[in-house]
Design a protein around this ligand. Structure first.
Ligand code: DSN
Length: 427
């Protein structure tokens, strides 16, 4: 019997079981194009729903505060060993509940309140926890932000501006430089970041939440051993449970571990850590390399088809699992919010996103971000990406038209019938 059978929920709580079933149905019958989402394997789901959720395990393997943790220690050690092997790291902390808490722990370990940190601006493609003024990170530390180069008609613009980064580093003397993005479609080479950090005596954190699975699959460069610390979430391209992980060398291991516990967190989520161990094992298999390659191929195919339909793509294309659309040249009155809402009603799930130098505010935006991790897991290939681009175009040419939305919803459901992410799971 599965640990996470919905029938077991239904036997106790019909109301909640219906909600779970509806969400399962939504994921199976509509297109999931949010770049930070994926479909975990049934094994990852089952580990997440295991009895490990019952155990308090404050501390670390062999150094716990409560008894009864010998078996829990084996699970956490297994996750640590596997992720170190996967990325070639000396030390792993698999306890962060999220990417946000992983990043906060790194700041706590490496710098003091008020110290200067250089990171990518949220509105240029960075992340909230890279010092946005609305994040606790932006309130505790003095963040200075770099961005991307200006748009260029030859397609070479909108890349991380390393000249600006170097100039700011020399002027501001940061204690820490943060590399990493959430809405950026190009390969990020860690070496120039290391060189600039060394020039000014800063430490380097690389947040690889988005490309972690592409790095594990060998299609993007691995910053482990180049950056002082690497953080990531386990649920995006890496296809594990929702959570965070920190990798570092032996020299910073103690500081990082103390920042996670007792600095920021209490009892770790050992059921999630067990599921991370499963995901790390899955990412070591030869099939994961193929998956990572396909996620990128699919994004390139989706980008090319959208460009053919008249959309302008930020940075003129993609090297990863994301596509960032500037909607303004397609329809200058079309906002990211209106596009997202209309696509949602048509069964195409994605998120509005600011584009570099967006004239519209973050809640409205002029951009849409699409991603291929989930539907690549479900088995879709480049032919389906062409079809998806034409469905998106059909909706957005008539944004808000209910008849078109219904027609596309029907086409989406027909497409999804052949790409069920959970064919062995009943709901
Ligand atoms: N919300 C995540 C993303 O979508 O990229 C970042 O935390």
């Amino acid at each position: 019997m599965s640990f996470w059978s919905i029938d077991q929920v239904a036997a106790v709580d019909g109301e909640l079981a219906a909600i779970i079933k509806n969400e399962m149905m939504r994921q199976r019958t509509t297109l999931q194009l949010i770049a930070s989402e994926n479909f975990t394997s049934p094994a990852v789901l089952a580990a997440t729903a295991s009895v490990l959720t019952n155990k308090y395990a404050e501390g670390y393997p062999s150094k716990r505060y409560y008894g009864g943790n010998a078996i829990i220690d084996e699970a956490e050690d297994l996750a640590k060993r596997r992720v170190c092997q996967l990325f070639g790291a000396e030390h792993a902390n698999v306890q962060p509940h999220s990417g946000a808490s992983a990043n906060l722990a790194v700041y706590m370990a490496l710098v003091n309140p008020g110290d200067t940190i250089l990171a990518m601006s949220l509105d240029q493609g960075g992340h909230l926890t890279h010092g946005s003024p609305v994040s606790i990170t932006g309130k505790i530390y003095k963040f200075v932000h770099y961005g991307v180069s200006p748009y260029s008609s030859d397609g070479s613009g909108e890349r991380i501006d390393l000249d600006q980064l170097r100039d700011l580093a020399k002027r501001e003397n940061p204690k820490l430089i943060v590399a990493g993005t959430t809405a950026y479609t190009r390969i990020i080479d860690p070496m120039p970041f290391r060189e600039i950090a060394d020039e000014v005596g800063a430490k380097l954190l690389f947040d690889v939440a988005h490309p972690a699975g592409l790095i594990a699959g060998g299609v993007h460069p691995n910053p482990v051993g180049v950056a002082d610390v690497v953080t990531f979430t386990t649920h995006k391209t890496l296809r594990g449970p929702r959570g965070g992980t920190i990798l570092t060398g032996e020299g910073l291991a103690k500081a990082i571990d103390s920042a996670v516990f007792p600095g920021l967190q209490g009892g770790p989520l050992e059921h999630v850590i067990a599921a991370k161990a499963v995901a790390f094992f899955e990412a070591m298999q030869p099939g994961f390399k193929v998956y990572a390659q396909k996620a990128v191929e699919n994004a390139k195919a989706l980008a090319a088809s959208l460009a053919d339909q008249g959309f302008r793509l930020v940075s003129n294309g993609t090297d990863n699992h994301q596509v960032l659309i500037d909607l303004r040249t397609f329809d200058q009155d079309l906002t990211g919010k209106a596009a997202q809402d209309s696509l949602d009603r048509a069964g195409i799930t994605c998120n509005r996103n600011q584009i570099p130098n967006d004239p519209r505010p973050p809640f409205i935006t002029s951009g849409l971000r699409l991603g291929t991790p989930a539907e690549t897991t479900a088995g879709m290939g480049t032919a389906e990406m062409g079809l998806i681009a034409s469905l998106i175009t059909k909706v957005l040419r008539h944004c808000g038209d209910e008849t078109i939305e219904k027609e596309v919803l029907y086409e989406v459901r027909e497409l999804c019938k052949n790409f069920d992410p959970y064919p062995t799971v009943s709901a």
